[in-house]
Design a binder for this molecule. Structure first.
Ligand SMILES: Cc1cc2nc3c(=O)[nH]c(=O)nc-3n(C[C@H](O)[C@H](O)[C@H](O)COP(=O)(O)OP(=O)(O)OC[C@H]3O[C@@H](n4cnc5c(N)ncnc54)[C@H](O)[C@@H]3O)c2cc1C
Length: 408
């Protein structure tokens, strides 16, 4: 190799996953670069919009370990209960934090607020080179380094790194550039995300209500606001997406029922077509594929970013000792450790969300009967229900140190 690459790790994509990884690696005191096409506050920024994210207790631990939780907690709202029901059917599941010996089941934070905390932290850390706005054009992997061609404010540059991390979203240019194949499934469903204020207090409860058109979730926010996520077959979502506020609210009210009284003050709406994308390879010599680029999941169980945070914890756990000893983080044998650590959790979460999408987002009579029976069984077997809840929170199985509350 002619000269040392200027970066040890170069992360492409400063969305919620890439930015969090860069912050996690800053503690190595090595040279970390983060390349992002769209500034955090720009309206077209795809990662930091109005969507409400449910962050699990395992995510809280990871974010605390990275020094981000205190700033985030004041911008988030706790979830202490979950209520799942099926319109016109008998099934109903209730989950309470105190039944699990916990004070909360999770927190809801808006992606924008997360973006503000990540941005604030990035600008305070000296050894992260945040290159934004800058768009990646191409990349190549050589035996000792990876080269990244970027365009920034009309200039073209080439950056060199020991390890390249592709955190550039579902349509990852890097994943395509390196010919990494994917398994893709189009759910033919669209999630409409908005916000409402219910007439009655939400009491820190997250609601999921199944009805013949699709499930509707209300997630608690401060000032008795709720994030609304209404998932529908795409043709029906297109039909109601642009209805006037009154007509839209009437449809939502009809689907959710009167449990929280009248739903009022609808916020702006945004639609997300739903699909799953699983990259067939996540590591190669000098390359890691991370976040939505590695696995884009159905948002039904609020697992996507929570799983990504456990991946980030696992990757940081593998890379930090190598970086602190001035070793080479791009070696395949190092990256295989990360792949093997995270494979079981990733596979289980994908199976879980994909299975739920087929069982719970479906009105075929025998599936409706099955899901209602499942809900009834869960209500009658609190031990099983609580074990499933801990699983969904990422608190079971072999997990990275930050998830177990151990510092890196
Ligand atoms: C409706 C909905 C609700 C959800 N709710 C939850 C929830 O409650 N809990 C949960 O855990 N998860 C949830 N998720 C999942 C969560 O949003 C994703 O896990 C998360 O967005 C993944 O982030 P990312 O950084 O990998 O990708 P993205 O958010 O797509 O970010 C990719 C970044 O890469 C940048 N980029 C792309 N191409 C280039 C390029 N060529 N050069 C430079 N930069 C580039 C983009 O500008 C962007 O900033 C939800 C998802 C949806 C759709």
């Amino acid at each position: 190799m002619a000269s040392q690459p200027e970066y040890d790790v170069l992360v492409v994509g400063g969305g919620m996953v890439g930015a969090t990884l860069a912050i996690a690696l800053a503690g190595s005191q090595r040279r970390v670069g983060l390349v992002e096409a769209v500034p955090q506050t720009a309206p077209e920024q795809p990662s930091y919009d109005d969507r409400g994210l449910v962050l699990s207790v395992s995510s809280q631990r990871v974010l605390r370990g990275l020094g981000l939780w205190d700033s985030l907690q004041i911008r988030s709202h706790p979830v202490r209960q979950v209520h799942v029901s099926d319109q016109r059917h008998f099934g109903c599941v209730r989950l309470r934090a105190d039944a699990l010996g916990m004070t909360v089941l999770g927190h809801v934070v808006q992606a924008q607020a997360l973006g503000a905390v990540l941005q604030q932290t990035l600008s305070a850390v000296r050894n992260i080179d945040f290159i934004c706005p800058a768009r990646v054009q191409t990349a190549e992997i050589l035996p000792d380094q990876a080269n990244l061609h970027i365009s920034s404010n009309g200039d073209e540059r080439i950056l060199h790194t020991r390890l390249l991390v592709a955190a550039d979203g579902s349509r990852s240019l890097l994943r395509q550039a390196f010919g990494i194949e994917i398994d893709h499934h189009d759910y033919n469903q669209t999630a409409i995300v908005s916000s409402v204020t219910p007439e009655r207090p939400h009491h820190d409860t997250a609601f999921e209500r199944f009805n013949p058109h699709g499930p509707l979730a209300l997630l608690p926010l401060n000032a008795n606001r709720c994030v609304l996520v209404y998932t529908l077959p795409t043709a029906q979502a297109t039909e109601i997406q642009d209805l006037p506020d009154d007509a839209f609210l009437a449809r939502v009210q009809q689907a959710f029922g009167r449990r929280l009284g009248c739903l009022q003050e609808p916020g702006p709406r945004k639609s997300y077509p739903l699909h799953s994308i699983i990259a067939k390879e996540q590591v190669r010599e000098r390359l890691v594929v991370l976040g939505n680029a590695a696995h884009t999941l159905h948002p039904n169980a609020a697992q996507g970013f929570n799983l990504c945070l456990r991946d980030i914890a696992g990757l940081a756990e593998v890379l930090l000792p190598v970086l602190r000893q001035a070793g080479d983080p791009g070696l395949r044998r190092v990256l295989n450790l990360y792949r093997d650590l995270r494979k079981p959790d990733q596979a289980a979460v994908h199976q879980f969300t994909h299975g739920l999408a087929s069982l719970f987002y479906n009105e075929i009579p025998h599936k409706v009967m099955f899901r209602n029976s499942m809900m009834l069984i869960l209500e009658m077997m609190p031990g099983l229900k609580n074990r499933l809840a801990l699983r969904a929170m990422g608190l079971t199985g072999k997990q990275p140190r930050l998830v177990r509350g151990v510092t890196l």
